[in-house]
Design a protein around this ligand. Structure first.
Ligand code: AMP
Length: 211
């Protein structure tokens, strides 16, 4: 059971991914999470991320290649945020062939750009991992986490001007993957403007029927 989640920033990939991997007991492979970890000690990665730019393909591909060699992916995985360029998709196909792994489907979550900007620029995070939104999911006390009471912060790459850059990068570099995976017969369209639970239901039903 191996899946890919594709979609612009703000489509809800991270939220859906967490729920899917929990429900189906598969591994969550988020390159964004891996780079958020790496950026603590790597200034080049930090500055690319904070500008909303992509990390060079060779760096990303090597990281994923090493990750796919680990045993835990054998029971199934969900790739979130990778591939993000055509070159990454081609490299992924080569890795999968070498490791004898098959992708079952690519979920393409679609939302429009204005909605993406609204969703991401209002997002506020807590160190504990909790996430809020100034309009859609405000904390009980302004700027404080409901769970651990720490001060909420905005991710550097969630600032409005950076979000617009990330969307531009998505349109230019990642959108062509929709065509790539349609041709491969793997694409499953998901309307990301539905509620979080409706999106989750749609994806869950698809996976459950495939099992
Ligand atoms: P995400 O959380 O998936 O939106 O990723 C956050 C940031 O990590 C992106 O804006 C990129 O700077 C970097 N990143 C994550 N995945 C990739 C990838 N597959 N290729 C290049 N850069 C990536």
């Amino acid at each position: 059971m191996n899946y890919i989640l594709l979609g612009p920033p703000g489509a809800g990939k991270g939220t859906q991914a967490k729920k899917i991997v929990e429900k189906f007991s598969i591994v969550h492979l988020s390159t964004g999470d891996m780079f958020r970890q790496a950026k603590q000690s790597d200034k080049a990665i930090a500055s690319l991320m904070e500008a909303g730019k992509l990390i060079p393909d060779d760096v990303v591909v090597n990281m994923v290649k090493n990750r796919l060699k680990k045993d835990d992916v054998k029971n199934g995985f969900l790739l979130d945020g990778f591939p993000r360029t055509l070159n990454q998709a081609v490299e992924l196909d080569k890795m999968l062939k070498t490791e004898n792994i098959k992708i079952d489907a690519v979920f393409s979550i679609i939302i429009d750009n204005d909605e993406a900007v609204r969703r991401i620029s209002g997002r506020r995070m807590c160190e504990c991992g909790a996430s809020f939104h100034v309009d859609f999911l405000p904390p009980k006390v302004k700027d404080l986490c409901d769970y651990c009471k720490k001060k909420l912060f905005q991710r550097a790459d969630d600032k409005e001007e950076v979000v617009k850059e990330r969307l531009k990068v998505y349109d230019a570099q990642t959108k062509p993957l929709i065509d790539y995976y349609t041709k491969a017969g793997l694409l499953v369209d998901i309307d990301g403007s539905q509620s979080e639970s409706a999106v989750f239901d749609q994806i869950s039903k698809f996976i459950a029927n495939k099992k």
